[in-house]
Ligand binder design. Sequence first.
Ligand code: ADP
Length: 245
Amino acid sequence: LLEKWEINPSELTFMKELGSGQFGVVRFGKWRGQQRVAIKAIREGAMYEEDFIEEAKVMRLCHPRLVQLYGVCLQQRPLLIVAEFMENGCLLNFLRQRSRTLPESWLLSMCQDVCEGMDYLEGHSFIHRDLAARNCLINEYNVVKVSDFGMTYVLDNQYTSSIGAKFPVKWSPPEVLHYSKYSSKSDIWSYVVMWEIFSEGRTPFENRSNVEVVDDITRGIRLYRPQRASQPLYAIMYRCWHEVL
Ligand code: ADP
């Protein structure tokens, strides 16, 4: 018997490869012959499978600014995650390749998209923990949606420990860096995404190592104003990096 959110793998058609990430390869495909979907195959050993399976049964977050999860295939390995297909791919790549030509009003509307998705998550007491442009996707209408709200299952120590090389230090507030204290407030700090959008996909604190950034942030140093951000706009992003005492 299939669980409520289980998809029968025989209803999936696999088409071209879209990319690969932390958990494995993502392919474009069709579900039931016509629904366009992205199918993520979870690499063995990349996740706590039991936790993931339990959570998949209840994880029913649904909002127009979140990448919709359609279902999962749990009866086989690799586990498959079937999600909404986002034509323009990863937001970070999009910013690097295309944002130069976009007017400021578009950049601002991208920021708003992210905010709406995050507002919904907070309203449902869900902490993302890894908001960044690399974890947002963009569709054919250039609507940005938040993705990868599943950091909890990551098995890679490099990613989950705040001293690990892959930990998102440059997107994290002092209380996460020092005490691993996550909250909706720490998610707001990660509106570093707004900085990424207005910097055309630059890396925050580009020439600083993670260790240096921990030191900078602790001493009150913050990201500079991106050229394309007005002063009032910069004031808004700056408020997201206010230290909670
Ligand atoms: P991971 O979370 O495992 O690191 P990602 O979710 O970043 O992997 O996926 C890797 C790549 O696959 C992305 O950079 C993007 O290009 C592509 N991709 C992932 N999900 C989708 C989707 N829903 N629609 C379109 N492309 C996607």
